[in-house]
Design a protein around this ligand. Structure first.
Ligand code: ZN
Length: 84
């Protein structure tokens, strides 16, 4: 099992309500629940663009499990340049 530290979550905005979608299966504090789109509060949640499993900025390696490509982007690790 290879977890990609460069595969990170991005914010997915709901096409229906315009709010950012909570990642699938992740819990949200009650204080956030009015400002995010969730499955039980918006019918647009389960439609395109699909939410992923990662919070924005969280990597697959941080999460600890392989995730689908929905709601993710591949970022390039900073190049370690050797100046000699
Ligand atoms: Zn929504």
């Amino acid at each position: 099992m290879t977890l990609n530290p460069n595969k990170v979550g991005i914010t997915i905005y709901c096409a229906s309500c315009g709010r950012p979608k909570v990642p699938i299966g992740r819990s949200v504090s009650i204080y956030m629940s009015n400002s995010i789109c969730a499955r039980d509060s918006c019918y647009g949640y389960s439609e395109e663009p699909y939410a992923g499993s990662l919070w924005p900025g969280e990597s697959e390696a941080d999460f600890g499990y392989p995730v689908s490509d929905h709601g993710t982007a591949i970022v390039q690790a900073a190049k370690e340049e050797t100046t000699t």
